[in-house]
Design a protein around this ligand. Structure first.
Ligand code: SF4
Length: 518
């Protein structure tokens, strides 16, 4: 076990309970305990405080708490190899009842794992250069990026090496394994904000600046974004960061969060609360005091927002090569389908697969001569479509009561069938993004959807019934969160209600007007 750090906040008696758990034993120490003890002695041997620390291994107890676990695997920047995809598929098949979910942070999740299988899964992931460590917990989590990095005609810089550097710096770094709360980073040089900068604790977006007579491509920096029950849009710091400065800046921001972030209430601990109190100017001053001067901001290169969607076959930056954006309805697939994606990536592309924050996937680097045959592959025609229907193609869902202990309502299958119902009922010529979440924690990013559906319960003459609060108008185009309608709709009325709402809005919509702006 690594030497315990002496944190300056350790003497504060007003810390929340989880802080004492983290001080008693670092979250990362649980990995060794899982390997040496729990995976051998079984679920009954797990100490309750360690159950809280399982998150640092990327693992949560699954609902109902009967000895099964959910595991999240980091896919840095949303790019993995076909070989890694096969390893993931094999784990799902052997240990996870054949289920693979792509998450809204481009990670991959398994369900139904037993504690006895965990040590073996850690080994299998490591052998493929993958890891579940710190995919959950109060630490730097999965780094969100541009799944088209390196091939994107709309990026100003290949960000793959920078994401790799960030991943190397933060993963298992005990200087940052005890943060006040979860901590989410995004970095992309795609000019259409592919990595949803404003909803991250720390984000880097493309920018340029003339320095000493030379134009430099680099990044602008955003801090303090996050969703959950109290959503905040990140604030931009007036700095310009060269690519080689990204890790230094990320380390500085994370140090400020670690040392000045709030640790009294779990619900008031994310970086967003510190940024809201300090303001971007003070945050910038504190950052520069810590890491040295940075250039003032340059010219922003972000133009609009693509929502994280890449459907269809498109030209790459490299002449003669194409990428294919595929729909994975609500992000769920089985092991055989993931294995088939790996085959398609090898046979038609360069063996790399992209995972999108819209829970979809990409196949990269398809030569022009292979595009027609790719389009005709049964998997592409029948399952992971290039041009999905309007609602199925733009439906996002969190895990919900199927596996999540915090969920109030079922979401995954409900979102899938609701989207199918809307496709069968309403004709709409433009995409409409619907995000469904099972509780206010907002893993399904409800706040940035055209229509956000947040699960709740209502009392009826037949007892408590599942229902949804309806929100409209979320976007990161000109960033704003969606707003709540005065309507809580029980699940039996949800489809017809939305069909009517969308039909009414469609009839009233002006030419060229985007959906659901207010
Ligand atoms: Fe669970 Fe709530 Fe997150 Fe959905 S939003 S996965 S219900 S914690």
């Amino acid at each position: 076990m690594a030497e315990r750090k002496q944190w300056k906040w350790a003497a504060d008696p007003s810390l929340n309970k989880m802080e004492f758990t983290k001080l008693e034993k670092d979250g990362l120490d649980v990995i060794e305990t899982i390997v040496n003890t729990y995976s051998k002695e079984g679920v009954s041997s797990i100490e309750s405080s360690d159950m809280d620390r399982f998150k640092w291994a990327g693992i949560y107890q699954q609902r109902p708490k009967n000895g099964h676990f959910m595991m999240r695997v980091r896919i840095p920047g949303g790019i993995l190899s076909s070989e890694q995809a096969r390893v993931l598929a094999n784990i799902a098949e052997d240990c996870g009842r054949d289920l693979v979910d792509v998450t809204t942070r481009q990670a991959v999740q398994f369900h139904w794992l037993t504690v006895e299988s965990l040590a073996d899964i850690f080994d299998r992931l490591a052998s493929a250069g993958l890891s579940s460590f710190e995919a959950c917990g109060d630490c730097p989590r999965q780094i969100m990026g541009n799944p088209l990095a390196g091939i994107d005609p709309h990026e100003v810089l290949d960000t793959r090496p920078i994401v790799a550097e960030l991943e190397k710096f933060f993963l298992l770094n005990r200087d940052f394994s005890n943060l006040p709360r979860k901590y989410k980073i995004s970095l992309s040089a795609n000019i259409h904000n592919a990595a949803h900068a404003q909803i991250n604790d720390l984000a880097f977006t493309p920018a340029k600046k003339v320095i000493a007579g030379e134009e430099v491509i680099g990044f602008h920096v955003w801090v303090g974004g996050g969703l959950s029950a109290k959503p905040y849009l990140a604030k931009q710091l007036d700095v310009f960061v060269r690519p080689e400065e990204v890790v230094k800046v990320a380390a500085g921001v994370t140090t400020l969060f670690r040392d000045f972030g709030y640790r009294q209430k779990r619900t008031h601990a994310r970086l967003k609360f510190l940024v809201a109190d300090w303001g971007p100017e003070k945050f910038k001053e504190q950052l520069m005091e810590l890491i040295g001067e940075l250039e003032p901001g340059g010219i922003d290169l972000t133009s609009g927002w693509n929502g994280g969607y890449f459907y269809g076959i498109h030209e790459q930056r490299q002449a003669g090569l194409y990428y294919a954006g595929l729909s994975v309805p609500v992000g769920r697939m089985n092991a055989g389908e993931l294995t088939e994606l790996a085959r398609l990536a090898d046979e038609y592309g360069d063996g790399t697969i992209g995972t999108c924050n819209t829970q979809n996937v990409l196949i990269r680097n398809i030569p022009e001569a292979k595009v027609a045959a790719f389009r005709n592959e049964p998997m592409i025609v029948n399952r992971f479509k290039l041009q999905p229907n309007t609602f199925v193609g733009y439906a996002v869902s969190c895990t919900g009561t199927e596996y999540c202990n915090l969920a109030i309502v079922e979401t995954k299958e409900r979102m899938r069938s609701l989207a199918q119902f809307l496709d069968d009922t309403v004709v709409l010529e433009t995409p409409l993004r619907i995000h469904m979440i099972g509780c206010p924690n907002s893993c399904g990013q409800r706040q940035i959807a055209d229509i956000g559906l947040q699960g709740s319960l209502v009392k009826t003459s037949n007892g408590m019934v599942e229902a949804f609060d309806i929100y409209v108008g979320g976007t990161l185009e000109e960033p704003q969160f969606n707003r709540k309608l005065n309507a809580r709709i029980t699940v039996d009325r949800l489809g017809p209600f939305l069909a009517q709402l969308i039909t009414l809005y469609k009839a009233d919509r002006q030419e060229g007007e985007p959906y659901w702006r207010y």
